[in-house]
Write a protein that binds this ligand. Structure first.
Ligand code: GDP
Ligand code: IMO
Ligand code: MG
Length: 427
C-alpha cells in the first residue's frame, strides 16, 4: 500500500471509520492529523460496534502503530476515557501501539466551556458545534496562548502557562458570559495529574512517521470531518477549525506533502450534515426523513439527528479536487434501496446561470439552486452483494452516473456498516 490519505468528501460522517479500519489491514501506521474528539468514527466488527473519537480507527488491528499527530486538538480526559473504554472491551492499547504527539495542542475544561458559551452568545447565528472545545483550542493555538502536550508534562512550566491562560479565560467567562469562573488551583492540580497518565504515549510523532516512510512502512492518514467543513475550503463560518483533507497532512502530521502517494475521498450515496450552515441538496421533508430513518442518521458523537439530502456532485467534485484525489469510495449505497426514484445534483443554477463549479465566491450560497437528475430506484436488499455485476441494474446505473458527474473513478462501494460489506468497483 502506498502512503495513503483517506478523507471525507462531504460534511463529515461519510463512513471514514469503517474504511480506515478496512484499509488498516494493509497498513503499518495509521495517523490522525487534525480535529479532535468532535469526530465520531464508527467501526463495526461482527456484533461489536466501536465509536472512535481521538484514537485512530486502526486500533482494532493488533500490531499496528496508531498516531495522534501534532495537528490534533487533544482533550486528555477524552483521550484517557477512550483508552480505558477500549481496554475494558479487551482491545490492547499501550504506548507501543498508540503514540501521542508532544506538540499537539491540549483542550482544557475552559475550552469546552467557552465553546458552549460562545454558541449561546451567537444565538441564531450559532454554528452547532459539538461542544468539544475544538474552536477555542485552535484559536489559542493561532493566538499563541495554547499549551501543548509537552508543556503539560513539564509541571512548573504548565502551571505558569495555564495560570496565565486561565486568568484571561476566567475574565471572559465571568465578565462577558456572566458565568462562574473556573477554580485556578483545582484546574492546575487536575491537569498536572492527568499529564502523568499521558506520559507513556507521548513522543515525536512527526519523526516517527517520517522514519516509517523512509523504512518503507505503509502509512494511512485518517481525515476527520469532511472537505465541506474545512476551515479554508468549506462553508465558512459553518465549518470546523482545521484542514480536513489531504491538505491538512503536511502541517498536521509534520509529514512532507510530496510524500503522499495516493489520495482517496469518501462520500455517501446521498448527503448528510450535522449542525448549522448551507446544505444545497438538503431535503427538509419526508424524503429527508426517510433517508434518516433508513440510514439511521444520528450523530456518532452528539446523537443529534443528521440533516439529510440527495447526493451533491458539485460539492464532491470540488472536495476531490481540493485534495487531488485519485478516486473515491461510495458508502451507504444500501440505504437507498426501496426509494421509487433517487436524485442527484450535478449542477447549480444561480442568477439564471447554470454552473458545475462550487460557488466559493458566494459566502452564503444564497439563491443557489441545485438542478437534479432523477434515476430509477431499486427495491432489492443489496447488503449481501459482493460483486459489482451482482448489483441491480438500476443501482449500477445510479453509481455510474455519480462517477461520471463527479469525474473521478469510484474505487469501491460500501453496502453496510460491517468490514466485509464492500464491493470492489468492477465491470
Ligand atoms: P465517519 O465519521 O465518517 O467515520 O462516519 P460515522 O461513523 O460518523 O457515520 C457513518 C455511519 O454509517 C456509522 O453508523 C457506520 O457504522 C455506518 N456505515 C458505514 N458504512 C456504511 C454502509 O455502507 N451502509 C450503511 N448502512 N451504514 C454504513
Ligand atoms: P466526523 O469525523 C460531522 C460539525 C459540527 C458543526 C461544525 C463545527 O465524525 O466526520 P466543531 O465541534 O468541530 O467546532 O463543530 O462541524 N462537525 C462534524 N460533523 N462529522 C464530524 O466528524 C464533525 N465534526 C464536527 O456538527 O456543524
Ligand atoms: Mg462521524
Amino acid at each position: 500500500m502506498p502512503t495513503t490519505s483517506v478523507f471525507g468528501a462531504q460534511w463529515g460522517d461519510e463512513g471514514k471509520g469503517k474504511l480506515i479500519d478496512l484499509l488498516a489491514r494493509d497498513a503499518d501506521v495509521i495517523v490522525r492529523y487534525q480535529g479532535g474528539a468532535n469526530a465520531g468514527h464508527t467501526v463495526v466488527v461482527g456484533s461489536e460496534k466501536y465509536v472512535l473519537h481521538l484514537i485512530p480507527s486502526g486500533i482494532l488491528h493488533p500490531g499496528k502503530v496508531n498516531v495522534i499527530a501534532n495537528g490534533v486538538a487533544v482533550d486528555p480526559l477524552k483521550f484517557l476515557e477512550e483508552v480505558e473504554g477500549l481496554r475494558a472491551r479487551g482491545v490492547r492499547v499501550d504506548g507501543n501501539g498508540l503514540k501521542l504527539s508532544a506538540t499537539a495542542h491540549v483542550i482544557f475544561e475552559h475550552h469546552r466551556l467557552i465553546d458552549q458559551l460562545s454558541e449561546r452568545w451567537r444565538g441564531e447565528g450559532r454554528i452547532g458545534t459539538t461542544g468539544r472545545g475544538i474552536g477555542p483550542c485552535y484559536a489559542d493555538k493561532a493566538a499563541r496562548t495554547g499549551l501543548r502536550v509537552a508543556d503539560l508534562l513539564d509541571n512548573s512550566y504548565c502551571r505558569t502557562r495555564l495560570r496565565a491562560a486561565l486568568a484571561e479565560k476566567n475574565a471572559l467567562i465571568e465578565r462577558v458570559h456572566g458565568e462562574r469562573p473556573l477554580d485556578l488551583e483545582g484546574q492546575l492540580d487536575r491537569y498536572t495529574a492527568l499529564a502523568e497518565r499521558l506520559r507513556p504515549f507521548v513522543g515525536d510523532t512527526g519523526a516517527l512517521v517520517r522514519a516509517a516512510a523512509k523504512a518503507g512502512k505503509r502509512i494511512l492518514f485518517e481525515g476527520a470531518q469532511g472537505a465541506m467543513l474545512d476551515i479554508d475550503g468549506g462553508t465558512y463560518p459553518f465549518v470546523t477549525s482545521s484542514n480536513t483533507g489531504a491538505n491538512g497532512i503536511a502541517a498536521g502530521a509534520s509529514f512532507p506533502a510530496r510524500g503522499i502517494e495516493r489520495v482517496i475521498g469518501i462520500a455517501k450515496a446521498y448527503c448528510t450534515r450535522v449542525g448549522e450552515g448551507p446544505f444545497p441538496t438538503e431535503q427538509d421533508n419526508p424524503t429527508g426523513e426517510r433517508i434518516r430513518k433508513q440510514g439511521n442518521e444520528y450523530g456518532s458523537t452528539t446523537g443529534r439527528p443528521r440533516r439529510c439530502g440527495w447526493f451533491d456532485a458539485v460539492a464532491v467534485r470540488y472536495a476531490l479536487e481540493l485534495s487531488g484525489a485519485d478516486g473515491w469510495i461510495v458508502t451507504n449505497l444500501d440505504v437507498l434501496s426501496g426509494f421509487p426514484s433517487v436524485q442527484a445534483a450535478a449542477r447549480y443554477r444561480h442568477e439564471g446561470q447554470e454552473r458545475r463549479d462550487w460557488p466559493a465566491e458566494l459566502p452564503r450560497l444564497d439563491g443557489v439552486e441545485p438542478l437534479y437528475q432523477s434515476f430509477p430506484g431499486w427495491t432489492e436488499d443489496i447488503t449481501r452483494v459482493r460483486k459489482y455485476a451482482d448489483l441491480p441494474a438500476a443501482a449500477r446505473n445510479y453509481v455510474e452516473a455519480l462517477e461520471r458527474e463527479v469525474g473521478a473513478p469510484i474505487l469501491m462501494l460500501s453496502v453496510g456498516p460491517e468490514r466485509e460489506q464492500v464491493i470492489p468497483r468492477g465491470p
